[in-house]
Design a protein around this ligand. Sequence first.
Ligand SMILES: [Zn+2]
Length: 433
Amino acid sequence: MKFLALFSLIAPLASAAVIDIVDKPITYDGYRVVRIDSRGRAPAIEKMLKTLNIVQYNFDTKEYIEVAIAPESLTKFEKMRLKYEVLDEDLGASIVQEGGFFPDSAAARKISPSLDKLVPKVFPDMTWFDTYHTFAEHQQWLVDVQAAIPGNSELIEVGKSFQNRPLNGIHIWGSGGKDSKPAVLWHGTVHAREWISTMTVEYLTYGLITGYNSNNTQVHSILDNYDFYIIPVVNPDGFVYTQTTNRLWRKSRQTHPSSSCAGTDINRNWPFKWETPGGSSTNPCDETFRGLSPGNTPENTALSKHAASLPNGIKLYIDWHSFSQLILLPYGYDCNRQVANYDKQISLAKGVASAVLKTSKKTYTPGATCPDLYKAVGGSTDWMQDVGKAEISWCIELRPNGGGIGGFQLSPKEIKPTGEEMWSGMMYLLAAM
Ligand SMILES: [Zn+2]
């Protein structure tokens, strides 16, 4: 996840999801998170790690590999005599501290099959951003905020997940009326464990709605220029699974006829250059499993159909992820190909980074996915750029910049600061682009 020099060699992407598919909740008690120095021997180390019960955090492994190691594998790991530092002594304790993992709670499994069935309650206040929430609570939140801007918004459902959960969102527009302007399309939580992405997308949505209702001139002019289509949780099955069963689950919950391992990486399944070797996995047990054929996840089918249906094209697409503090442009599938409007996109990305820096002193690094980070094939931003014809197509990796405590388990205290810094970044971008 760390930013690496341009044109550096790309290590073969390997991933290790050695955790068996069990429906018994995993507490991660006693799991130790470590950062292993992998310089010069990443493939060999990754091969060794595959013999342990681990969860891998990062896929750009040229400099280091971050993994959570199960207690029963710690002795074997020590015997490997690798150079490493401990990031978190007890992952289970960090998950408890984070809040939001409810293995025994029926509420965490609950969904509404359709937002039409929900009745708006009160308009949420900022305390929403003090904690993480269940999927059903996110659905109610969408209904509640939409009710505050009824003339300029609608709830949307772009399709269903593998387990038949709705892919819900909100469409907001300005004085030109519904579907009159180019689209700003935001997706959150494609990777189930990246909870801060859900909350950040909602923070931005909340800012647009409260800004509009308080006659903020900047927000009015933004909404007059663009139609916003915002889907905070595009992988609801995986998201629910992270709250009930396995906090570190990344993929969808799609099953495969040929394997006992579940899940497809929806962000390796987009039907564009999908078959390119490297940059995704053909093994259903791996974290970056690309699916059995391009676009064969129901989530992906729904999302690509929705994006292609937007009537005035896509001005800006952002896929919100965590973590590493990066602003990533296409392409992921080919390190030698640059987007045609690279100068414009990179200059805007630098502008976002400096707006963020001014707000929170946090450094976000802009770059292009494959040359600057790692090869990733079948990703959303490549599809949005070339097939969806988005003018700007980014993946933003939110806080923190490193793993361990606060890796995927970012403290709820950081929800608001992360939202604030990205609000500044987006206010710059939406005015400048
Ligand atoms: Zn991600």
